[in-house]
Every structure is written in structure tokens, then in C-alpha cells.
Write a new protein. Structure first.
Lengths: 984, 117
């Protein structure tokens, strides 16, 4: 192509736009006015604004990222872009859903809440899916492909907004020793200088000439950094702001490059120069395509060179529309009419002169009653001074309902705003943080005063430049406005609508009705009507809603107050928030040194915290988990098994006071314990509840090594650190996590001793030399191993601690030496079954933070002679010693083959009535349940009320198919209660 | 996000820290002599004021040191941070600035965005 046009598709049709065009400006260039259907009533909607505040023109971009709800007024086109309108079927012009508009008299505020109440189950199965299909916006992408990243900034001064006042502030700070970051939302600096012809000249230079010079000056200032295409979305405490930079403006997405950058900015001072947003007015059919805000119309002409309509009608209640009038006349586009709510005496001289000179139909003290047309405006109906209705043929209406300082960020910063009766809007009153507002965001709409304002507010900065400037403007300097929020409707039809929130389809009638129903507080009213709850957050309309409500309640707007402005300022893509933390970078995976071996031997993995642990090993292709677990556990009991326990948390405790510290942290007593021996130990919280368990190895009184549960290692270390640092800083004790310094293998089973004697042939593993719960360190090849005799299976067992670099070789060596012995690798599920047969608990399965050692019948683990340990005093609280607390028991079903389900309720009564009037008395719940291949029957553990007293009795366990099974309560130790296997 | 001053490392982002609840809750010297009520006061009961609050923080993604800080809970301003074992100034040294008639600071509390007429 040679015509420099950028071609894109909208709803299948090809259009050409200019470089720098947004979707909206390009569509207007092609005279397309209908761009979407509304949320609830499926009414035709057009382009209402020319920026971030757009409520209507939301479109879907079809590409790899499939972006929904893109504001056509912001997104720039690129070659080959595919754009689709949203919320319509089968097509934009003939939309089936518009039947909702016919039904609209019944779709008033609170309709869904009131209507879809019953019968039971209908909401989930019928109403919700149906509503979701008809109401709604675009379609989200199926797969997350977008790449974004995060950047941090620490600056002295952040300037939000590169418009006139932002530029003046930056100019004042150029060359100073302050680090300045200037953030501009658009792709070019300039703001009002680019968007309107309001400013005639600065220092006798054309506004755009001055802009160019100033930008050059700022670019050459080493202390100023400028970010364009970047929107500040959040203003947090401690002057921390976040901004999203769009890196793909006018460029097709590329999966190799970041699409968005989330800037996290920490600054000493924040200068808010983020300007203002024009508001609309409510009148009949104020949503018809063809209605546009006046300043937006002006922006399309000035910035994009698109005249959306040659002869629009202008409707205003304030002085700001003069510049649009002048611009149109300068371009020889004569407005069809100029309608001003104000009395002719209040209207500026310049406006009156211009209207008169060009013979433009002028209606002072009049208002737009409504407009009519099918898919766009055909006629505009006016109510004149004398209350007469006049119809004007026109296809576009430019509306200005006043100007709102864009206080969103300012209130996010916790600043206080105040209603200004003169300009009829909220403006910043008092900053909470080091926040300075400049220009129109501070409520200063008078250009000549901006220089003074900037000088005055920034003079505290050392070395700030003087601003010796003179601004000339087009039209009157003063801002004048008359209060009006809604015009009088001439049609009393049930179907006539005057909107207050275009995106959520909220009408002014909904506001009236909500107040009638008692929702007269603004926060309630907002939630009941969904006013200003769309993705645009009512940027052009929320103040209007306050105005209407204040009139209905006969209160001042101040008394009505505003709803809370919450971050983000505008919709933020999840891609930006996620940054690089996606897929494999989202959460680290921790793998043990034996991981490659597990993979080779068909391990199925289980996530334990961040660890990947073998759950079970598939011996053959179709082996189920149940089959594998039965096989593995039987083999451990009959021969020997090996478990990769490297994930076990390990903490080293050293120091002169290590013994005293360990005595305080665990329930057991370690004082009389001989060096090189170990103890199974319990850790409690100060509330007496079991927090963790593990094995404490005592090397000597100044040196201990403890193990923790795999998932609890970090918490246990920080729990210990907390007490060491805050409660007993006087104790000489040092803590260190050594989890990853040692790989750990647990070998257990009757043949474990034979295997180890072969691998470590210089060590005597006999009971006499190496008794249960002792450990030692041995030289092996060219490194050291620590071997501990302990067991979590109830079989004779050993734990081997080995430096990770030698771990895999040693693991393979063990298998090599057990060629003729049946050594089985087993996973966590088999480990759970084996320990359940012995009634050993798992913290987090048998306990849930409400279980004490007494409830678990682990009284023997409490050092009775110890004066104190964490949680000791709580164990004698009246509630803890009550006999009917839930206690750990074993359950065996009377029909021994029947499996009990984990998590099921334990109940006393065998009858569950089909109709339940009263709650059934619950005794507790099942914590673990397995089928034991060694015992050849089902076993379960449960926490039940007064469990110890119920041993020997018969109770019931519910099932998921509304049945009960009778079970016998037994002591939770099903296999080898005398520990013959363990100690052999 | 708050900017918190670790007494050992200096000012860092809040995301590096973990809050540890009320500060200066001393563990009784002789727990066995405490009544059930007295012990429960130590284990469960915290002051939870609106206003000046002494609390513990740990620089969990940094030096891992515990320290104390004074925070205004209604405005989230952190007014001071100090090492464990140091004695902080009394509450009255910290002004609950900008009081409104309701006793609430008129900015920063999040409850009143609009200045009362």
C-alpha cells in the first residue's frame, strides 16, 4: 500500500485509519457511530468520549491475547488488527438481546435480587447461566499468553500528568538536584494544549510550539525521566504509587516482548497534575449513538484531525464549550444550534458575539429534552425558555455538564475533598500525604492562575526555576456554570429512559426507586442500583448521580457525600499484576537429590508445600494408587522399604543455652537425655495446641538437631526465632535451617538391618550397639553420614543423613546391595498407611490447631518435671482438662472389609432421618482411614468427644451416600502394640 | 504499601516484613502461678486500639530480625521503629493528628472522603 493508511477490521469490515488513531477516532473517520450494545438492555451505543473515561465504546480485540472490554477511545490501531463489538447476537445492528429493552419496565433496580428468589436450585441451574449469557461484556482469553514485567522506581518527585500544569511543574524542577519522574497517560505530552484550542499562546508562542520547546528542554534535563503511555492506577500509603505502561501502543502483540510494565514508584513528594474529566447530563435517550461530550468532540478535531460531525448541536450549562464553538466556526462547520441552560445575562460576551456574528441558532435558558432515532440520533428535541418543545434535525449532540477535577488518585491517597459551590464539584481540600495538586485537578480552571499556583506550591523546593511566563487564552478566563443534572422529560412512557450510568444501564428512575425503597445512603444506593460500578467507575457520571440524589433527598451534595474511590483508577490487566510470576515462575518447585531416580521408576508425585514428593510408584502401567500402596506397605512389613525423606525440615540449634532453649520449645525433657540420643518431640503453641512434631537429636548440651514436618519447616524456624529474639534475647542460642544440607533416607522393615550392614560394613547395627533412638556420625567413602535409628512405620528402621551431592549414588548403592533382598521404594501414601497402623499422628491430619497432646493421649511426651515450656500452662486450663474434649481413637468397622471415608462424621445414633428438623448430634470426625493389607481389614482414626471413655463401645460413621456404618471404638494402635517389631 | 524502617537495615517496602501483633506483651515469669484468667490475658487478649499502637514486626525477607514499631491504626502511619529491648516513648508523646469532632482524624481514616460542610 502506498497511502500510509493503517487497515483494520471492525465486525468483519475493513477500515483505514491514520497512524496514531485510536479505534474510536479511526471509526469516526469512517463515519461509524454504532459500536456496541449496552450491558443490560442491549441498547445501541456509540462513542461517548475520547479517552480513558469511556463508558460505552468497549470492544473485543481478537488476537492471541484476546483482550475483552478494551476502550476503543484508548487503544490505538495497528495494521491487521481485528476488532469485534461486544454483547450482541447475531449482529450489532440486529441484536436479539434488545428484547430486554422492551421488557425494561420490569428490569428496574434490584430486579435480579427480587425476582430470582426461588424455587430452590433454580438460581444455580437456570437463572444464573441464563443471565450470564445475556448480560455481560467481552470474552476473556482462554489461555494466559501475555507477558508483562515489573519495574521499581525511587524518586524525589513524581509528577502525574504531562499536561500544561505537569509540564510547568517539570520545567520548574528541570536542572535541580531532585530526581523527577513525569508520567503521561497519552502517547504525547501536552494534555489540554493538544486536546483543545483553549490556550492561544504561551509567551507569545503558539501553544504547540511552546510544548515542543518545553519537551526538548525536559528531555535534556538529566534529572527528569518521562514515561509516556503510562497510567497511574493506584496511590497507596507512604507515597507508593503504581502505574501501568503499555508497551504495545499501535503495535501487534509479540509474545517475546513485555506487553505491559507495572511501575512501582516510591516518591518523596507526589505532584498530581492529572487534570479533569468532563461530565455528561441526563436527558431522554442520552445514550443514543451521536451523543458525545463536548470536550471529547473538540479533542477528536484537535488531536486526531477527525470531525465527527459537521453540524452538531451543542448543549451546555457552562462556559467551557466556547472553545468548541470557536473551533467549529474556524473550520467553517456551523453548529445546528447552541443550547445553554444559563440565562443570557450569565453567558460570556465572547460566546454571544460569536453566535451572533455567524448567525447560529441560539437557545439560552433552554435545555435538551431528549433525542430520537433508531441506531443513531435523527432529531433533537429542545425545551425553550418559554417551555416550548422544538425539534431539530441533527445527527450529533455535544454535551457538557461541567468539569470535575479528577480526584480519584487524590482520594486514594486519603486526601480530603470539599464541595465547591462555585464550580459545582468536589475539589481537593487537604492532603494526607506529601501530595501537591496542580491545575484543574486542584479545582483551578483558570489558566492565568496556573503559573502562580505552580510557583507558589513548588517554591519550597531548593533551586526551583522561576516561571516567567504569560498565557493567553481563547475566550473568557472565568469559569461559570449553572446547576442542572437532569432535564425535564416530555414523554411519560414507561419505556423512556434517561441514563445516569451508561455502562451499567442505570437510569435516573432507578435512583428514584432506590431512594423510595430506603436505600438513601450513597454507598447503599450505589450497590443496589450498580451505579458507577462498571469498569469506567462512573468517571463522567458519578457526580451527576450525587447531584440527582441530593435533590431527591433535599440535602446538599456535601451531606450526601461521595462513595469511596478505590484503586485501581482504571481497569488493570491481570497480566500486569502477575508480571513474571507465571507458570514455572509462579511458585518454585523443590526437588530432592533423588528426584531423577523417582522419575525413572515411575513415581507419581504429590505436592507437599513446594516439594515434589513421590506419592507412590507404579510398578506396571495400569497399577492404581490403591494397588501400589497395598503392595508397597505389605513389602515394607515383610521385607524392607525405603522412603526419600529429604524434604523433612531440619534445624540446627547451637549455643551455650541450647539445652535451655530446646527445653522451652518442646514438651519433652532433654536435660537427662544422653548425648547422641534422640527423642520424638512435640512442639506446642502458647495456647497448648500441637503445632509441630519431630525428632530432636542431642549431640551435646550446646548442640541439637531437630527435624520438622516437611510443610512446617519455615514456620517452625520462625516460631523459634521469634521466641529467641523477643522473649529470651539473653539466651545464647543460634538457629539455622539445614534442610537442604542433608538428604534423608528412611529405611525400615525386618530386613533393614541386613541391608545397612552390607552397605556400611564397618558399622555394627546390632541392637546392643545401635539401640532404638540413638544416632552417630560415620566416615563413609570420602564423606560423612549420620545414621539415626528411628522409625515412622513401627518396623525396625534407620534414617540416613547424607550430603546431597553424594545422595543419589548412595541411594543407588543401597539398592545394589539389596539385590537379593526385597527392598521396595515407597511413597508418602504408603508412609501414611504404615504409620496409621501404628496409630502415629500426622500434624495437620490428626491435628487442626485445636488439639492438645492430652487429646492425642500423648501425655507421656510431656516433661512432667519441667517447670515451664511453651504452652505448658495452657494444658491445665479448665477447658483443656475437660473429659469430654475430642480425643483420638481408633475405629474398626464391624464389617471389617467396609472402607470408612476420611472426613466423615462420627455419630452416636444409627438413624439419620430423611427429613432433618434438628441438628444430628455429632461426636467428631474421621481423620485417617485405610485398608491394612497386613491386618487384612479397614482401620481408621477419629477425633471424637470423650473418646477415651468410649473405647470398646459401638458407634456409627456416616457415609457420603447418606448411610451409616457401625464401628467399634478401639485404642488407636492397630498393629504390634508391644513394639516388638520396632525394637527387634 | 507502607514504607517500614527496619532498625537494622533502614527503610524497606512492607512486602519484606511480617506483622507480629502487639508489642510489649511480656510472657509471665512464672506461668504456673498465673490464674486461668491471668494466663488467658497473656495468650489471647490484645488491646486493638484505634489510634496509637505498639506492635512487633519481623524483617522476614531481609535480616530476619524482630523489632517494634509504633503505628497509628486509623491512618496506618508508622511513627517510630525501635529495637527489641528499647523503651519507646509513652503514647501521649504521639499526637493523633487532625482530630475531627467524632474523635477521628479527619483525613486518612478512610471514612470521610468529604469535608463536612
Amino acid at each position: 500500500m502506498t497511502d500510509n493508511k493503517i487497515y483494520f477490521k471492525f465486525d468483519g469490515k475493513k477500515y483505514g485509519g491514520n497512524k496514531g488513531d485510536t479505534i474510536a477516532s479511526a471509526l469516526l473517520r469512517n463515519n461509524v457511530k454504532l459500536v456496541g450494545r449496552s450491558f443490560k438492555y442491549h441498547r445501541p451505543r456509540g462513542i461517548y468520549t475520547c479517552g480513558i473515561e469511556e463508558p460505552n465504546a468497549l470492544v473485543q480485540i481478537i488476537n492471541e491475547h484476546n483482550e475483552p472490554n478494551v476502550r476503543a477511545t484508548v487503544k490505538k490501531i495497528y495494521e491487521g488488527m481485528v476488532v469485534k463489538s461486544q454483547n450482541r447476537w447475531p449482529s450489532l445492528k440486529r441484536d436479539f438481546g434488545s428484547v430486554n429493552n422492551l421488557l425494561s419496565p420490569i428490569f428496574s433496580a434490584g430486579f435480579y435480587y427480587k425476582t430470582f428468589m426461588g424455587p430452590k436450585g433454580f438460581w444455580k441451574n437456570l437463572y444464573e447461566p441464563l443471565i450470564r449469557r445475556t448480560a455481560g461484556l467481552g470474552k476473556p482469553p482462554r489461555e494466559f499468553k501475555s507477558k508483562s514485567t515489573h519495574l521499581h522506581h525511587n524518586v524525589d518527585i513524581l509528577i502525574v500528568g504531562g499536561g500544561l500544569s505537569g509540564l510547568l511543574a517539570a520545567k520548574k524542577l528541570a536542572g535541580t538536584n531532585k530526581d523527577v519522574l513525569l508520567i503521561e497517560r497519552e502517547n504525547e505530552l501536552g494534555g489540554i494544549l493538544k486536546n483543545s484550542n483553549k490556550v492561544k499562546s504561551i509567551n507569545d508562542q503558539e501553544a504547540l510550539e511552546w510544548l515542543e520547546k518545553t519537551e526538548r528542554l525536559l528531555k535534556n534535563s538529566a534529572n527528569i525521566k518521562i514515561l509516556k503511555n503510562t497510567t497511574v492506577t493506584t496511590y497507596n500509603y507512604s507515597n507508593h504509587l503504581t502505574a501501568i505502561e503499555d508497551r504495545l501502543v499501535g503495535i501487534e502483540p509479540d509474545n517475546k516482548k513485555p506487553e505491559l510494565i507495572l511501575h512501582k514508584i516510591r516518591t518523596e513528594n507526589t505532584i498530581l497534575a492529572n487534570g479533569h474529566i468532563e461530565r455528561f447530563l441526563s436527558f431522554r435517550n442520552n445514550d443514543l449513538p451521536g451523543v458525545m461530550l463536548a470536550a471529547s468532540f473538540e479533542k477528536y478535531v484537535q488531536r486526531y484531525g477527525v470531525v465527527p460531525d459537521n453540524n452538531p448541536v451543542i448543549f451546555t450549562n457552562n462556559s467551557s464549550t466556547f472553545s468548541l464553538l470557536k473551533l467549529l466556526i474556524d473550520r467553517n462547520c456551523m453548529p445546528k444550534a447552541y443550547v445553554d441552560v444559563r440565562d443570557v445575562k450569565k453567558i460570556e460576551r465572547e460566546t454571544l458575539d460569536l453566535l451572533e456574528a455567524h448567525n447560529i441558532p441560539f437557545y439560552p435558558k433552554s435545555e435538551v429534552e431528549g433525542c430520537d432515532g433508531n441506531n443513531e440520533i435523527k432529531k433533537i428535541s429542545l425545551r425553550t425558555k418559554k417551555n416550548k418543545i422544538i425539534k431539530i434535525k441533527a445527527s450529533m449532540l455535544c454535551v457538557s455538564g461541567g468539569i470535575n477535577p479528577d480526584i480519584h488518585l487524590f482520594t486514594q491517597s486519603k486526601g480530603l475533598v470539599k464541595w465547591d459551590e462555585k464550580i459545582l464539584t468536589f475539589k481537593p481540600e487537604k492532603s494526607f500525604q506529601k501530595t501537591i495538586t496542580l491545575g484543574s485537578v486542584s479545582g483551578n480552571f483558570i489558566f492565568k492562575k496556573i503559573i502562580d499556583e505552580v510557583s507558589q506550591k513548588l517554591n519550597f523546593i531548593d533551586g526551583a526555576n522561576d516561571l516567567d511566563l504569560k498565557i493567553e487564552v481563547n475566550g473568557s478566563e472565568e469559569f461559570n456554570i449553572k446547576e442542572i443534572w437532569e432535564t425535564k422529560n416530555n414523554k411519560k412512557s414507561l419505556w423512556s429512559k434517561s441514563f445516569i450510568d451508561l455502562q451499567n444501564d442505570v437510569t435516573t428512575k432507578d435512583l428514584t426507586q432506590a431512594i423510595k425503597e430506603g436505600f438513601d445512603r450513597i454507598e447503599h444506593l450505589k450497590r443496589f442500583t450498580t451505579n458507577s460500578m462498571g469498569t469506567d467507575q462512573g468517571k463522567i457520571s458519578s457526580i451527576n448521580a450525587l447531584g440527582i440524589v441530593s435533590k431527591l433527598l433535599k440535602k446538599s451534595v456535601s451531606e450526601v457525600g461521595t462513595t469511596t474511590y478505590r484503586p485501581p483508577y482504571n481497569p488493570v490487566s491481570f497480566s500486569a499484576i502477575a508480571g513474571r510470576s507465571t507458570y514455572e515462575f509462579y511458585d518454585p518447585e523443590r526437588k530432592t537429590p533423588i528426584h531423577p531416580w523417582h522419575l525413572k521408576h515411575n513415581a507419581v508425585f504429590e505436592d507437599v508445600g513446594q516439594w515434589k514428593r513421590p506419592w507412590y510408584y507404579k510398578k506396571f502401567e495400569n497399577e492404581t494408587m490403591n494397588e501400589a500402596v497395598q503392595r508397597e506397605s505389605k513389602q515394607v512389613r515383610e521385607s524392607a522399604g525405603i522412603l526419600d525423606g529429604s524434604t523433612l525440615g531440619k534445624i540446627e540449634i547451637k549455643g551455650k543455652d541450647a539445652l535451655e532453649f530446646v527445653n522451652m520449645m518442646y514438651t519433652n525433657s532433654f536435660t537427662k537425655m544422653s548425648p547422641m540420643s534422640a527423642k520424638y518431640a512435640l512442639m506446642l503453641g502458647e495456647d497448648g495446641m500441637v503445632k509441630d512434631d519431630g525428632i530432636v537429636c542431642k549431640i551435646n548440651d550446646n548442640h541439637f538437631i531437630t527435624t520438622t514436618t516437611s510443610g512446617g519447616a519455615a514456620n517452625v524456624l520462625s516460631h523459634m526465632e521469634e521466641f529467641a529474639q523477643t522473649e529470651w534475647p539473653n539466651l545464647n542460642v543460634y538457629l539455622n535451617s539445614i534442610t537442604e544440607q542433608f538428604a534423608t533416607f528412611n529405611i525400615s522393615g525386618p530386613k533393614s538391618r541386613i541391608i545397612l550392614s552390607r552397605v556400611f560394613n564397618n558399622i555394627d547395627f546390632s541392637n546392643h550397639k545401635f539401640p532404638y533412638m540413638t544416632f552417630n556420625t560415620f566416615d563413609y567413602l570420602n564423606y560423612k553420614v549420620r545414621i539415626l535409628r528411628a522409625s515412622f512405620t513401627g518396623e525396625k528402621g534407620y534414617e540416613i543423613y547424607v550430603p546431597p551431592k553424594y545422595a543419589l549414588t548412595l541411594w543407588e548403592r543401597i539398592f545394589y546391595y539389596s539385590r537379593d533382598v526385597d527392598l521396595v521404594p515407597y511413597g508418602t501414601e504408603t508412609m501414611h498407611l504404615l504409620r496409621a497402623e501404628k496409630g502415629y499422628i500426622i500434624v495437620g491430619q490428626e491435628t487442626d490447631g485445636t488439639v492438645t497432646p492430652l487429646d492425642l493421649n500423648l501425655n507421656w511426651m510431656i516433661g512432667k518435671k519441667k517447670k515451664d515450656f511453651i504452652g505448658k500452662r495452657s494444658l491445665t486450663r479448665s477447658d483443656i482438662i475437660k473429659g469430654d474434649r475430642k480425643q483420638l481413637v481408633g475405629l474398626i468397622p464391624l464389617d471389617k472389609s467396609y472402607g470408612i471415608e476420611e472426613g466423615q462424621h462420627v455419630i452416636e445414633d444409627k438413624n439419620i432421618p430423611s427429613q432433618i428438623d434438628k441438628p444430628i448430634k455429632m461426636l467428631g470426625h474421621v481423620t485417617s482411614s485405610y485398608f491394612s493389607p497386613t491386618l487384612n481389614h479397614s482401620i481408621a482414626m477419629a477425633l471424637i468427644k470423650g473418646g477415651n471413655r468410649k473405647i470398646g463401645s459401638q458407634i456409627y460413621v456416616s457415609t457420603s451416600n447418606m448411610n451409616v456404618i457401625p464401628v467399634e471404638v478401639v485404642k488407636p494402635n492397630f498393629l504390634d502394640p508391644e513394639n516388638k517389631r520396632l525394637l527387634s | 504499601m507502607l514504607l517500614i524502617k527496619c532498625p537494622y537495615c533502614g527503610e524497606r517496602d512492607q512486602s519484606e516484613f511480617t506483622n507480629g501483633g502487639e508489642a510489649h506483651v511480656t510472657r509471665p515469669k512464672n506461668p504456673e502461678l498465673e490464674t486461668d484468667r491471668g494466663w488467658a490475658e497473656y495468650v489471647f487478649i490484645r488491646s486493638n486500639p484505634k489510634g496509637i499502637y505498639y506492635e512487633r514486626w519481623v524483617h522476614s525477607h531481609g535480616c530476619k530480625k524482630w523489632f517494634n514499631a509504633v503505628r497509628n491504626t486509623s491512618t496506618d502511619e508508622i511513627l517510630l521503629s525501635y529495637k527489641i529491648g528499647e523503651t519507646p516513648p509513652p503514647i501521649k508523646k504521639f499526637q493523633n493528628r487532625l482530630k475531627s469532632p467524632s474523635g477521628e482524624p479527619d483525613v486518612g481514616s478512610g471514612n470521610f472522603a468529604v469535608k463536612k460542610p
